[in-house]
Design a protein around this ligand. Structure first.
Ligand SMILES: [Cu+2]
Length: 278
């Protein structure tokens, strides 16, 4: 198991550019909690012995006079302030400030619904086709795409399958059709609520392609895939709201885009009108 600052974290593998920083913060917090657990545990044992009934048959309603607990609590507050100001806030500021340039990023729309992930790629032209909730039909047009919009002609949609390239910023526009879901990519260290009526941008860069044990379809049987999980209890079949994340090399991703681009409609076959009889 991979150790961070000497702690076996037991987390899914990290395959994102910003993940190590978050994992380090988690490890620091765990060390701090361990110190607190041992410290307060010892204090508890001390109190059990020091204030045992045999030595103090009559309760003292005045309470302890020393300042030990005040210093202890002040120490905990100090460490927490350091954690927040020196680590958590700067990491968060770097994360929210690092919005990738649209022209350099792979842009994808993800629309959550009970109980699936709809994924929408803009296709070759880089433009998302118009989507309208009034056009949504279950099964055939889950994203409500407007078939008359030319920008949507080359768009690619998938269900529960997210394909992305490695080493390239990804910009996902996340929303939901019905209730609040939470888009969770454990290997990317990304988790964000999907909220109906809001489009929330999230961004990250994958640094590894799927290892052999996380390649579909075999990984689905062995349950070792890189998943899209819903991290918000969103209804009765929430447990089934599972998708798959595949990180391709740039060449494989380009090939996937080409292979899955909608085929141009076949040219209408010219028919010669039958010559009028006589
Ligand atoms: Cu959900």
């Amino acid at each position: 198991m991979e150790k961070i600052y000497g702690l076996p974290m037991g987390m899914p593998p990290d395959a994102s550019a910003h993940g190590l920083e978050l994992d380090k913060l988690t490890a620091i917090v765990h060390w701090f909690m361990l110190v607190m657990f041992v410290g307060w545990g010892l204090f508890f044992l001390y109190c059990l012995i020091r204030f045992r009934r045999k030595a103090h048959p009559v309760a003292s309603y005045g309470g302890a006079k020393g300042h030990f607990s005040t210093y202890g609590e002040a120490g905990v507050v100090l460490v927490e302030v350091i954690l927040l100001v020196a680590f958590a806030v700067p990491i968060w500021a770097r994360r929210v400030g690092a919005v990738p340039d649209k022209s350099q990023a792979v842009q994808v729309r993800v629309v959550a619904e009970q109980f699936a992930w709809n994924v929408h790629y803009p296709g070759k032209d880089g433009l998302f086709g118009r989507a309208d909730t009034k056009l949504i039909t279950a099964g055939t047009n889950p994203l409500g795409l407007d078939p008359t919009d030319p920008a949507g002609k080359d768009d690619i949609t998938t269900l529960n399958q997210l394909y992305l390239p490695v080493d390239k910023p990804v910009l996902i526009y996340l929303t939901s059709k019905d209730v609040i879901h939470s888009f969770f990519l454990p290997e990317m260290r990304v988790k964000q609520d999907a909220i109906p009526g809001q489009v929330i941008p999230i961004y990250f860069t994958a640094t590894k392609v799927n290892p052999p044990e996380a390649v579909l379809p075999a990984c689905a049987v062995k349950k070792t895939c890189w998943e899209i999980a819903c991290a918000q209890l969103c209804g009765l079949t929430h447990y089934r709201m599972q998708g798959y994340l595949t990180i391709f090399s740039q060449a494989d991703f380009d090939k996937w885009l080409t292979d899955n681009a909608p085929k141009a409609p076949a040219a209408p076959v010219a028919t010669t009108p039958a010559a009028p009889a006589g």
